[in-house]
Structures are given as C-alpha cells and as structure tokens.
Ligand binder design. Structure first.
Ligand SMILES: *Cc1c(COP(=O)(O)O)cnc(C)c1O
Length: 450
C-alpha cells in the first residue's frame, strides 16, 4: 500500500492541487475555441480544460493547473492514469504487435484476459468470456447471447437505468436528454420496469421486486422474457443502490422462469464499489456479466462473461468484431488487474468510502440540501434536494459542480433529474487529496446555500 498515501510525485506529477490561472485558463480557452470549429457540437464537455498529463489523483492542464480528479474519466482510471504496470505492459505489447484481429489469428493476451474475467467474476461455475471495445457493445452482445441462448426476445430493464448510446442500448437507457432525444426509433422488445430507489419509493427490496415482477408477469409473461438486465448500483441514474433483497428476488424469479439475469457491471466492476464486482455485496451470481470502464486502466476494452453453457450456445463466428480484445488493450487489462491485486484496491475502495461518507453526511446536516448520501466504495454520490423535501434541485447541483470545477476539483453530475453530484476518485488517490477535495465540496455547498 506504500504508493497510495505517498504525497510526493506519482509518474513525476506532484500530488498537489495547483490553481495557476482561472479555470478554464487562456490556453484551454483557445483550444476549446479551435475545437468548436473541428469537433461536432453534439460531443459535450463537462469541464472545458485540455489535459496534458495525469497520474495518481491529479490531472494537469495546458495552463499548468493541477486539478484533483474525482471523475476518473467516468470510473475508468481506477488504477490511476498511466499506472506503471499498465504502461509497462502496453509498451512491451506495442513493440511486439498491435493487431491481428483475434477472429483471424489468435494471441495469448486475449485468452489471458478471459481467464482473468472467468476467475474474478462472481460464482465458481464454469465460465466463458468474449471481448469487445465499449460498454455499450458488451451490453449489446449480452442481449444477443441471451436471445440466442433462450430463444426468447423480450428484454426487461429498469427506470433510471443506463446501458449506453448505441441504438439498442439507447432503447435500454431510461433518460431522454441528452441521450435519446431525437435519435429514435429504438429497437423493439425492450420493456422498462420500476426499480428499487429506497430514498424515493421507501419500499423494502422484496416489495420493490414484487412490484417489478408482477408487472413483468402481467405485461410480458415470464416465459417470454430472455433477460433481466440490471445495474447492481445504477451509475448515470444517480448511484442508486437498490434496497437489500431487490436483486436477489429478481435473480430468484429469473431462475424460476428460465430468464437470464444479466448484471451490467460496466461502471461498478473492477474494485470500484469495494468488491471486485458489486453483485457480490448481495451474494448475486449473475448468468452473464458485462464489464468495461475500469477493466483496462483507460484503454478501450469490454467483456461479456457468463455461464459456459450459455456462452458456448452461440454459433461460431456469431460474436466478435475487428478490434474486440485488441492485444494492447488486453495487455493494459492485465496490468490493471495486477495493480488492483498488488495494491489491494478492493479494500482501498472501502477505505475511501469510510473517509468520504461521514464528511458528506456532515455537509447534509449542515446545509439541509442533501437528501441522501449513498453508494459503495469509491462510487459515492449525494442527492441534492430543496430543503425539507425530496424535490430535486438540479440548479443547485450544477452550481456546486461548477464551483468545485473553479476550485480545481473535477466532479460529475448524474441522475434522471440532474440533481446528483457523483464522486469517482481513482482508487490510488492519496488521502490528503481526498480530504482536500471533501473540504472544497463542503465549502462550495456552504457558499451556495448561504
Ligand atoms: C458507461 C456505461 C455503459 C456504456 O459504456 P460505454 O463504454 O460508454 O459504451 C453501459 N452500462 C453502464 C452501467 C455504464 O455505466
């Protein structure tokens, strides 16, 4: 654990917040201007600064500002940017070869990542994996596999869910703006059901599951459902942790009906929540599990892992893609997994939770505008409400996020109502940066509500 709480340099970058200019600084503004004439306006930017280096808990911009990273590129760089084991493995791999397409001629790195996925994901049953490039692609393939293996079509998803931005996964994603607006029609045979959102529905996990299951029964009939696809903790939906028992009731129902239970662990996987996978918190063993984001230290890689009988039911050539399981991305994944094991990042995520949650609860008590502090491990969020109510306050959320950015702290928002401030620090962030970021968040909440 020595490297983790060391406040000296990581990869030559002092683990120190530095505000050299206003944010965004002049050089970022110039580049952002240039971007507007080259990059589609449809591609957003939470914080219009241009990054030149990043490591540990710090991102450095072109103006010399050093910001504390509470975003990890959306839960991707859990092992830190340019983690040494990732860089070493990538560098060696790039020198050997960069691509053959695994479907044309094979290479060991792909097999190695699949073995690691089979070993690390929940359950001791026999498993197989297939590799892709993005989370959305993994979800699409999980749906393909589930339909093919069951001979059924209907896919059950949930309110506030997020599964990606391709056409099929947009159909599975709940939120209109900015994801779905004007982009339809979406693929058929996708049905949305109530989720468990304890802060709002005030239901036990089993009652919330009963509601969803009775609707599935009435609207679809269990024998027509190929898969139930669920995020064990909703990501873009606002880090919604279902009430205990919700997932297990759905998993039991799925099993009884021959429905495949698919855990979309694209955001929650790979140590983020204080377990290798968030399904483990509830003792769930999914039939299929999708992974991406944190898997490869920043390189594009995704996987579908599942029961061998399901994964092997697909005809040869039915799964794949030109780049899926690219050797450089696979090398990065092995470096990333090695880092997670070496530095015990499962427990580091739990430490981060233990540091963050009390401080955020204190802000809630002090300001009255945080309805709930929730999440697990290093996936923690606050839901911002009008005082004394559960009504969302997206304006205040945006104001605090913007104020944090100006102070050199990268934070993201989330939630169907845009009223969730979410925190996804790299798991290797030093404690002093964690504490400093929490002080900034406190100050900005206090200032915004004064
Ligand atoms: C981000 C995310 C996706 C989509 O992943 P991409 O790599 O952006 O395609 C799918 N599911 C969940 C739960 C996610 O958080």
């Amino acid at each position: 654990m020595t490297a983790i709480n060391d406040d000296s340099a990581v990869n030559g970058i002092m683990q120190k917040r530095v505000l050299a200019t206003a944010i965004p600084g002049p050089q970022s503004q110039t580049l952002h201007q240039r971007r507007t004439t080259a990059v589609s306006a449809g591609v957003g930017a939470t914080l219009p600064i241009f990054i030149t280096k990043a490591a540990g808990g710090i991102v450095v911009d072109v103006d010399g500002n050093q910001l504390i990273d509470f975003g990890s590129g959306i839960a991707v760089t859990s092992v830190g940017n340019s983690a040494p084991a990732v860089v070493d493995r990538i560098t060696a791999q790039v020198k050997d070869f960069t691509h053959t397409c695994f479907m044309v001629t094979e290479y060991e790195e792909y097999v190695e990542v699949c073995e690691a996925l089979n070993r690390l994901t929940p359950g001791t049953h026999e498993k197989r994996s297939a590799l892709f490039n993005t989370g959305a692609e993994a979800v699409e393939n999980a749906v393909k596999i589930a339909r093919s293996a069951t001979g059924r079509q209907a896919i059950a998803v949930f309110e506030h869910g997020y599964h990606g931005r391709t056409n099929l996964t947009l159909g599975m994603t709940a939120k209109n703006m900015p994801y779905k607006h004007t982009f339809g029609p979406f693929a058929p045979e996708i049905y949305r059901f109530p989720t468990s959102y304890p802060f709002h529905d005030e239901l036990s996990g089993s009652d919330a599951a009963k509601l969803a299951i009775s609707r599935m029964e009435k609207e679809l009939g269990g024998s027509n459902i190929a898969a139930i696809v669920l995020e064990p903790i909703q990501g873009e939906g606002g880090f919604v942790v279902p009430a205990p028992g919700f997932m297990s009731a759905l998993a039991d129902y799925a099993k009884a009906q021959g429905i495949l239970f698919i855990a979309d662990e694209v955001q929650t996987g790979f140590c983020r929540t204080g377990n290798w996978f968030a399904s483990e918190h509830e003792g769930i063993v999914p039939d299929l599990i999708t992974t991406a984001k944190g898997i490869a230290g920043g390189m594009p890689l995704a996987g579908v892992t599942g029961r061998a009988d399901i994964m092997d039911a697909i005809h040869a050539g039915g799964l794949g893609g030109t780049y899926g399981g690219n050797p450089v991305a696979c090398a990065a994944a092995m470096g990333s997994i090695e880092t997670m094991e070496q530095f015990d990042l499962v427990n580091r995520a739990k430490e981060i939770e233990a540091i963050m949650v009390p401080r955020l609860n204190a802000i809630a008590a002090q300001t009255g505008v945080i309805g709930e502090v929730r999440g697990r491990g290093a996936m923690i969020a606050v839901e911002v409400v009008q005082p004394g109510t559960k009504n969302p306050d997206p304006e205040l959320t945006a104001k605090v996020a913007k104020a944090c950015h100006a102070q050199g702290l990268v934070v993201l928002t989330a939630g169907t109502y845009g009223n969730v401030l979410r925190f996804l620090p790299p798991l290797v962030i030093p404690n002093h940066l964690l504490t400093e970021a929490l002080a900034i968040i406190t100050e900005q909440f206090v200032a915004a509500t004064a």
